[in-house]
Design a protein around this ligand. Structure first.
Ligand code: NAG
Ligand code: NAG
Ligand code: NAG
Ligand code: NAG
Ligand code: NAG
Ligand code: NAG
Ligand code: NAG
Ligand code: NAG
Ligand code: NAG
Ligand code: NAG
Length: 557
C-alpha cells in the first residue's frame, strides 16, 4: 500500500518536471518586511534524536523572536510535522508544507526521505536544512536545495579509516543498516579505506528492524570470517541488540575490535546512565562523537538544558546530544539568512506551479506553490557566517560545514575520550583548534591516540585477524609408519596421535592468541615409510607445508 502511494507521488512530480510552463506570480505580503515568516520542520518526534531536537528548535525559535538584533520586527513561525519514523509519512508531510507558504523546512530526519523530498524541494525552490542526515551522497549538484547543517559521513568515515590504518589493521567487516544511510556511509568507508590500502573484507547488511534471529544469523557469518575489526553503522533501534547477541556469541571478548559510528555516542549521551547490564555489554567498544569546541555559549546552553527538559512529558530520556546543538544552530542560521534576504529586498511570494495546475487528483498537488525567490534565500543560507553552540558555523565551497572534527571515545563504564580526529590535523590527543593556526601536518609520526581498553578488558591491541573458520580447517599430515614412534604415532584404534612432535605442535598452537582449528590426518599405510615424493606431489596440488618437525608435516589446504 505504502509503495503504491509513494509511486503515485513520484510519477506525478516527474511528469511535472518534463514540461516547462510559466508561472503566475502574486504577492502574498505587500509590506516590505512581513510580520511573520513561516518555516516548517519535519522529523520523527518519537526517536531519540527527534524528542530532544524538538525542544532545541522550540528554544531557538523563542530566542530568535526575542532578539531585536535579528529579524527585527519579523516573527519566525514554525510548524512541526511528525514523520513518525516512516519514509512515506515524511514525504506526505513534506508535500503538505509545500501547500502552505513555507520558505524553508528544517529536516528531514533520515536519508531515505531526504533523497525523495530533495527533488520536490528543488522543484518548488524551498531550502531543506537537515541537521541529522549524514548520508554523504546527497550532493549539492543533484539536490541544490538540500543543505546539510550537520557533519557529512564523508568525514566520519575518513576518521574511521584513519583509525584502522593507525592501529595497523588491514581489513574490516562492516555491519550496516541496509538503507541509504547505511549503504552510502559504508560505501564511503570503502573509499576511504582504499586510500589507506585497507579494505572492507565482508559486508553484512541488516534490515531496518532486525529480529534477534536476524542478528544471530548475521553475526555467525561475521565470526566465520578472517577479520576481527567490526565497524557498526546502524540506527540506535538495533544497536544494543547487536551487542547483546554478540556478547552471547562470545564476540565481545579478547581479540575483537568494535567501532561504532556516532549513533552509539548519541544514544549514550541521550540515555545515560544505562543499566549496569547494558553498559557491561559495551565495554571496549570505540565510538565517535561529532566534536564541538567548548565555549561560553555552549556552556550556558548546557546549564539551561535541564530547565528546557524539566516537566516535559517525555516517553524516554532527554539527555543532550550533539544533534540538539546542531538543531539549535540551524534555526539561527535560517534566521540570519532570512534577515539578510529581507534586507536585500527579497520578497516572500509564492506562485502556483503551472506544470501542476490541471493535475486533478486526491493529493491536491495543484495547491503546491513555488517560492519565487527561494534561490536568493538559499544563497543567503550558504553565505551565513556565524558562531553558534557548535562553534564557527558556515559552509565551505563544497557546501560542507567548516572544520569537520570528531571525538574518539572508548566505552568503558562510560565514555572515555582517547583523542580527536579533524580533517585538518588527523588523529591527535589535543583538541583540533590547537592546530588551526599552525601549518597542517598530517605526517604519520604526528598521529596519536591514547591507549583504549579493548574488549575483554585487554590493554593489548588486538592483531585484528584470525585464520578463517568458515568450514575450513588446517589439515595436518602425520606420517603413519613404523619407525620413530617416540616422535609421532597413532593411538591404536583412535584418530589421535601422541609423541614429541605432537607435544611441540600443540604447545606452539597454545601460544597463539586465537584458535586454529585443525585435523590430524595419517599419511602413509603404517607398514612402509611414507614417501617424500608423494608429499611433494601433494604440495603441487595446492597443499603447502608450513612447519616440519622430525617427520611431522603441517599441510595447509
Ligand atoms: C508585488 O510587490 C512588488 C513590490 O512590492 C510590486 O511592485 C508589485 O506590483 C506587486 N505585485 C502584485 C501582483 O501585487
Ligand atoms: C528594530 O525596529 C525598531 C522599530 O521598527 C527600531 O526602532 C529599532 O531601531 C530596530 N532595531 C534594530 C537593531 O534594527
Ligand atoms: C506512529 O506509527 C505507529 C505505527 O507505525 C503508530 O502506532 C503510532 O500511533 C504512530 N504515532 C503517531 C504519533 O502518529
Ligand atoms: C529476519 O527474521 C524474520 C523472522 O525472524 C524472517 O522472517 C526474515 O526473513 C529475516 N530477514 C532476514 C533478512 O534475514
Ligand atoms: C532555570 O529556571 C529557574 C526557575 O525558572 C531559573 O531561576 C534559572 O535561572 C534557570 N536556569 C537557567 C540556566 O536558565
Ligand atoms: C493556486 O491554486 C490553488 C488551487 O488551485 C488556489 O486555491 C490558489 O488560489 C492559487 N494561488 C494563486 C496564488 O494563484
Ligand atoms: C566569518 O566571520 C569571522 C568573524 O566574525 C571572520 O573572521 C571570518 O573570516 C569569516 N569567515 C568567512 C568565510 O567569511
Ligand atoms: C578537508 O581537507 C581537505 C584537504 O585538506 C580540504 O580540501 C577540504 O576542503 C577540507 N574540508 C573541510 C570541510 O574543511
Ligand atoms: C611534521 O611533524 C613531524 C613530526 O612532528 C616533523 O618531523 C615534520 O618536520 C613536520 N613537518 C612539517 C612540514 O612541519
Ligand atoms: C624406515 O626408515 C628408517 C630410517 O630411514 C629405516 O631405518 C627403516 O628401515 C625404514 N623402514 C622401512 C619399512 O622401510
Amino acid at each position: 500500500m505504502n509503495i503504491v502511494w509513494h509511486l503515485v507521488v513520484l510519477i506525478v512530480l516527474t511528469n511535472g518536471l518534463a514540461s516547462n510552463g510559466a508561472s503566475t506570480s502574486t504577492n502574498v505580503s505587500n509590506s516590505v518586511r512581513p510580520s511573520v515568516v513561516n518555516i516548517g520542520s519535519l522529523f520523527s518526534f518519537g526517536t531519540i534524536v527527534g524528542r530532544v531536537a524538538k525542544l532545541a528548535i522550540e528554544a531557538a525559535i523563542e530566542d530568535v523572536n526575542a532578539d531585536p538584533t535579528v529579524l527585527n520586527g519579523t516573527q519566525l513561525k514554525i510548524t512541526m510535522h511528525d514523520s513518525n519514523i516512516s519514509g512515506f509519512l515524511g514525504i506526505i508531510e513534506a508535500l503538505r508544507f509545500m501547500e502552505t507558504d513555507t520558505v524553508a523546512i528544517i529536516g528531514p530526519q533520515n536519508a531515505v526521505t531526504a533523497h525523495v523530498i530533495s527533488h520536490i524541494a528543488s522543484e518548488l525552490q524551498t531550502p531543506l536544512l537537515s541537521f541529522t542526515v549524514e548520508d554523504p551522497t546527497l550532493s549539492p549538484l543533484q539536490f541544490p536545495f538540500f543543505v546539510r547543517t550537520t557533519r557529512s559521513d564523508l568525514f566520519q568515515m575518513s576518521a574511521i579509516a584513519e583509525m584502522v590504518d593507525y592501529y595497523g589493521w588491514r581489513e574490516v567487516v562492516a555491519i550496516y543498516v541496509d538503507d541509504d544511510h547505511g549503504r552510502n556511509g559504508i560505501a564511503e568507508l570503502g573509499n576511504k579505506l582504499a586510500e589507506k590500502r585497507c579494505k572492507i573484507s565482508y559486508k553484512a547488511p541488516l534490515v531496518f528492524k532486525p529480529t534477534r534471529d536476524n542478528i544471530t544469523d548475521l553475526l555467525v557469518q561475521v565470526a566465520l570470517t578472517e577479520s576481527r575489526i567490526i565497524v557498526v553503522h546502524v540506527y540506535d533501534n538495533s544497536g544494543f541488540l547487536i551487542f547483546d547477541v554478540a556478547k552471547s556469541l562470545g564476540m565481545m571478548g579478547t581479540g575483537y575490535v568494535w567501532i561504532a559510528s556516532n549513533w552509539l555516542s548519541t544514544m549514550l549521551d541521550t540515555s545515560f546512565p544505562l543499566s549496569e547490564d547494558d553498559m557491561a555489554n559495551l565495554d571496549g567498544i570505540l565510538t565517535l562523537r561529532v566534536y564541538t569546541p567548548d565555549s561560553e555559549l555552549k556552556r550556558k546552553f548546557i546549564s539551561r538544558w535541564s530547565n528546557l527538559t524539566k516537566g516535559k512529558p517525555a516517553n524516554g530520556p532527554l539527555g543532550l546530544n550533539t544533534f540538539v546543538l546542531y538543531a539549535y544552530d540551524t534555526v539561527w542560521l535560517l534566521a540570519h539568512a532570512i534577515d539578510a534576504f529581507l534586507n536585500q529586498g527579497g520578497k516572500i511570494t509564492f506562485s502556483n506551479d503551472s506544470r501542476l495546475t490541471g493535475i486533478r487528483s486526491k493529493l491536491n498537488l495543484d495547491a503546491m506553490s513555488v517560492f519565487d525567490e527561494g534561490n536568493l534565500l538559499l544563497q543567503n543560507i550558504l553565505k551565513t557566517n556565524m558562531t553558534g553552540l557548535t562553534g564557527p558555523f558556515g559552509f565551505t565551497p563544497e557546501r560542507n560545514l567548516i572544520r569537520p572534527a570528531y571525538e574518539i571515545l572508548n566505552v568503558i563504564g562510560g565514555m572515555r575520550r582517547i583523542g580527536y580526529w579533524s580533517n585538518y590535523s588527523g588523529l591527535s590527543v589535543l583538541p583540533p583548534e590547537t592546530f588551526y593556526n599552525k601549518p597542517a601536518n598530517r605526517s604519520s609520526s604526528n598521529q596519536r591516540l591514547h591507549d583504549p581498553i579493548w574488549p575483554g578488558q585487554s590493554s593489548q591491541k588486538p592483531r585484528g585477524w584470525v585464520f578463517p573458520n568458515n568450514g575450513r580447517r588446517l589439515r595436518i599430515g602425520v606420517p603413519y609408519r613404523v619407525s620413530f614412534r617416540e616422535f609421532v604415532s597413532q593411538v591404536e584404534g583412535t584418530d589421535m596421535f601422541t609423541g614429541y612432535c605432537i607435544d611441540v605442535f600443540s604447545a606452539a598452537l597454545n601460544l597463539l592468541p586465537y584458535a586454529v582449528p585443525y585435523k590430524l590426518q595419517p599419511f602413509g599405510d603404517g607398514r612402509k615409510n611414507s614417501s617424500r615424493t608423494e608429499l611433494v606431489r601433494l604440495i603441487t596440488t595446492g597443499v603447502s607445508v608450513i612447519f616440519v618437525c622430525r617427520g611431522v608435516f603441517l599441510l595447509v589446504k
